[in-house]
Design a protein around this ligand. Structure first.
Ligand code: NDP
Length: 502
């Protein structure tokens, strides 16, 4: 025998052969008692967990957050407790719409999820590479995602569905403009910013609360593909992001981001609303830097590839609900919706004890009274203290980590999100940042993305572009005229005449 480990069954018994099935004679048939063969085949059938409905295709790595500035005046979170403090972390980047086999270099928003294994629990920032999102009300989230996925009958992505939805939900205009701009296809995960996007909160040791936005700015600089460049990349490799991220970390070229916050004192939210007409908690809007400048917190680098993609990245579970003392939520409606939907996705995909998996497990002690269910491994509990309150030494609460009370008040109702609200000035501010060549690429990309979409939907969307800037609408109109109408494409974007349904 060699000094290699002995092959065993999953129950640990040594195996005599991993080559030949147990048969009656050399021809077969195979015996049911060849349990190891059955186990092997059965296991193969169970090698997948359901892929994420959104953000299915992802790339990830471990890293280190280093705090470089003192922000203890805003937050008592231990992760920020001193300059120089280092915290182990995990990052997972992703596309939103594509399935697991989708090509990496597609035009799409990128997920930008970070898990910080802090000494007071895991803090997850489940962000994107854009500071805003398409919708601001969680009622619209499943509908929006349906438009990004396959049409039920054609089983193809539908430009008609996308533009129908976007043109009926003008709050999407800001994100649509970013998506169709040069930033829509970063060349790899290291060449893009990350944003917590939602408004979160920080609270300090004195019990003062601040609203906050998280920003992670790439140190590698932005680098993006045009549609034509991306098509060439995809023709050669569907895995260009995995290759780039894995490759740069293996080569010791660790990608880095600067970590900033924008901070709004708690009582200023109303003043902001009166001054600007925007809510500080609207996910379709940013806080202008001129009003709330970026404040440096620190930096992070990614410096270790996972050893097992499935267990460490596919099963990594990020929840915006994972905050730690000193960090809290805000009334942002979409955030409130995601506080439910993200952990619920993990319970469904991975199982109720997904936080006990090595990659998700906090690096600090964990003590709670959740019991049983599928595979509660690794939870060491006091057998007599399996309920609370108890007299047998079970874990007890710590009132010192209670966050300061919120001042919410108002009448319960279902408030109109869209209405006459201002969906145009922030896309306008962005449009003005683009130089002429960038604007031309934006028009061309938009016109290309509208191929096959019924005329009345295109017209409805053009009216929104006009409201942003007359040059925006005119530019897209011109690009549409130049590209002409592709009737073959039209027949594929919906299964019946959308005009008839208007
Ligand atoms: P500023 O001029 O202070 O900031 C402009 C911001 O736009 C920078 O953060 C820059 O990011 C970013 N940017 C530049 N090109 C693009 C692009 N193609 N897609 C997305 N972002 C881009 O302006 P304001 O803060 O007043 O905001 C003006 C507009 O800038 C906003 O309406 C919004 O669309 C966009 N923006 C604002 C952000 C914010 O938090 N205030 C964040 C990101 C975008 P970088 O520094 O990385 O180049």
């Amino acid at each position: 025998m060699s000094d290699r480990p002995r092959l065993t069954t999953t129950a640990g018994a040594p195996l005599s052969s991993n080559q030949n099935a147990k048969t009656v004679g050399p021809r077969g048939p195979v015996l049911l008692e060849d349990y190891q063969l059955i186990e092997k085949l059965a296991h193969q059938n169970r090698e997948r967990v359901p892929e994420r409905v959104v953000h299915a295709k992802g790339w990830g790595a471990y890293g280190t957050l280093t705090v470089t500035e003192d922000v203890t005046r805003y937050s008592r979170a231990k992760v920020f407790s001193e300059v120089g403090k280092k915290t182990e972390m995990l990052a997972r980047f992703s596309t939103v719409a594509g399935e697991q086999g989708a090509a990496d270099a597609e035009r799409d928003v990128r997920g930008f999820s970070l898990k910080f294994y802090t000494e007071e629990g895991n803090w997850d920032v489940v962000g994107n590479n854009t500071p805003v999102f398409f919708v601001g009300d969680p009622y619209k989230f499943p509908d929006f995602i349906h438009t990004q996925k396959r049409h039920p009958r054609t089983n193809l992505r539908s430009a008609t569905a996308m533009w129908d939805f976007w043109s009926l939900c003008p709050e999407s205009l800001h994100q649509v403009t970013i998506l169709m701009s040069d930033r829509g296809i970063p060349v790899d995960p290291s060449r893009m910013n990350g944003y917590g996007s939602h408004t979160f909160s920080l609270w300090n040791a004195a019990g003062e609360r601040f609203w906050v936005k998280f920003h992670f700015k790439t140190r590698q600089g932005h680098k993006t593909f045009t549609n034509e460049e991306a098509e060439k990349v995809i023709a050669k490799s569907r895995e260009s992001y995995q290759e780039a991220l894995y490759g740069m970390i293996e080569a010791g070229e660790f990608p880095k981001w600067d970590f900033f916050i924008q901070v709004m004192p708690e009582m200023e939210a109303e003043e902001f609303e009166q001054k600007t007409g925007w809510s500080a908690f609207d996910l379709t809007k940013v806080w202008p830097h001129g009003m709330y400048p970026l404040i440096k917190v620190g930096e992070f680098e990614l410096n270790r590839n996972p050893d097992n993609y499935f267990t460490e990245i596919e099963q990594s579970a990020f929840n915006p609900s994972n905050v730690v003392p000193g960090i809290g939520f805000s009334p942002d409606k979409m955030l409130q919706g995601r506080l439910f939907s993200y952990p619920d996705a993990h319970r469904y995909r991975i199982g109720v004890h997904y936080e006990s998996l090595e990659v998700n497990k906090p690096r600090c002690p964990v003590a709670h009274y959740n019991r049983d269910g599928s595979m509660p491994f690794g939870l060491k509990t006091n057998p007599d203290a399996y309920y609370e309150p108890n007299s047998f030494g079970g874990p007890v609460e710590d009132p010192s980590v209670e966050e300061p009370p919120h001042r919410y008040s108002g009448q319960v109702g279902r408030y109109e999100f869209r209405g006459e609200a201002d969906h145009y000035s922030q896309p306008r501010a962005l449009f003005k940042l683009f130089d002429d060549a960038h604007k031309q690429r934006l028009f061309k990309t938009l016109a290309g993305a509208m191929q096959g979409v019924p005329e009345f939907i295109v017209e409805r969307q053009l009216a929104h572009f006009d409201k942003v800037d007359a040059a925006y609408g005119a530019g897209v109109r011109k690009a549409l005229a130049e590209q002409g109408r592709d009737d073959a494409q039209a027949s594929l974007t919906t299964s019946h005449s959308a005009e008839a349904a208007e």
